[in-house]
Unconditional design. Sequence first.
Length: 305
Amino acid sequence: MLYGNARQLTLEHMRVFVAVIETKSFSKAGEELGKSQPAITQIIKRLEDILALPLLLRKQGRIEAPTLDGRIFYLKAKKVLDATNEAYFSIRGSPFSGKLRIGVLDDFQAKYIPMLIRSCRSIYQNVELEITSELSWRLNEGLQRGHLDAILNKHVYTHNVSETPLSVEPLRWVASQDFALTSTPVPLVVFHEGCLYRQCAVDALNKRGIEWKIAYSSYSYSNIQEAVSAGMGVSPLPPRAMLLNHHDISLTSELPSLPDICMTIKLSQSLKADRMANEIVHLIAQTFVKENSLLDYGSDDTFVD
């Protein structure tokens, strides 16, 4: 039974709020839901009135981030919407069928892949997912050659406000706790040629005229982490990849700064207008961001009130 103002809360309120959080933009949420930006703003305001709580932090007319209550409400609303979709398609059945070949990066944790498949099957019962894990350049190649239908890939973040990536994370120079960088060439622990992290590190060092050498390279994320732990050199890694015995030496060394990296989705040209592909890839994107805890609003300025 619903009590008090809870009776006034609708799926539309939840749907709009979730879209605003996931697109990080009132205008983009409006485009996704077929509503104007003023309409989205009014719905969010009404939702905050119903809950009697601020859900978004505002500063000088600009929305900076969700409040703590906003983050909690987002997670709860997302569960309600997912359950609603599952209930609908359990009765109606999914209108989609076919096979979708998805490419994901090697640092997409494998433990989340079964969850992805289950999420898709609960809604798209006649869709088969084929997921391939590879390095960035191989994903691009697979997409171009028609071996993949869509990829979750990374590139250097340009901080362009028109871009809405799935996630943004910094790269750091990471070494073992007892590693001391005392001379050049800088020993690098990196993925094999074609890795974006490796290219960013090499470009930054070359630009500063700092000599470097490859001390260790691998295709394996865990091998890279272990080589860093063993003190073999420094590695360009995101903070989430650091182990307990790792140390961020970005600020304490003379090494050049590294760029931010963002995650995006690409669909093959033939599937860009395909409703099935777009909906499933959108679901995968939501799962990726949610399960890898990469929603970062700390420096985001794409919300406009």
